[in-house]
Write a protein that binds this ligand. Sequence first.
Ligand code: ATP
Ligand code: MG
Length: 216
Amino acid sequence: MKTIGIFGGTFNPIHYGHLRMAQELAVGLNIDSIRFIPSANPPHKSTHNISASHRATMVDLAIANNPLFHLDDQELKRTGHSYTIDTLQNLRNELGHEVSIILLMGSDAFTQFDTWHRWQEIITLCHIAMVQRPQTSKIEPSRKLSPILENFLHNHYTETSDDLHTSPAGHITMRQITALDISSTAIRDAFEHSNSARYLMPDSVIDYIQTHQLYK
Ligand code: ATP
Ligand code: MG
């Protein structure tokens, strides 16, 4: 079955933690292509006055020479909050039900997953591949999984990547990747204090931020 990875985030800005995670999951899970989907109006988060269009352009620059990666700006075209469930429903309308869709996320996102709009329906439309994110202790103290999410994880868990290729949705897997303790929060902070963000993210994105005077 054809396999599409979906990677949502605010990407404010995109960095090597995002890119490496998507690359390692693409190879490790044998995913045919990955769509980066910037959240236009994230329901739980500030975008620090950086427009969705700037954030999407930075993603576009960052993934430019990777044939596995694509920008999907569908959330920029909708009004109101950007809900993953709506995005998945659109993808199903576009791709049909004979395609495997894998939602990629870090552990910090998964610990909050039960606050997402209609979260229990999401697993009927896609699989989830989760990676452990390094403890960005200063920024986001690590949270334990709630009993509800423990149970949810247990009910859908698989270690077999074949399961993600033989069914369109319904499984959760966890993968080990190279731990990169990089966050957009720390990068925004670096720009605010005129510190260098070199080697944390692509030069093309750094140039774009400087040209447009973002994160000042
Ligand atoms: P912020 O600090 O603004 O929250 P962020 O670096 O956490 O930014 P997001 O856009 O919030 O980036 O994250 C989008 C997705 O990417 C989430 O699922 C998150 O867990 C994952 N992710 C972000 N950074 C990393 C990283 N360094 N390693 C693995 N996964 C990451
Ligand atoms: Mg985050």
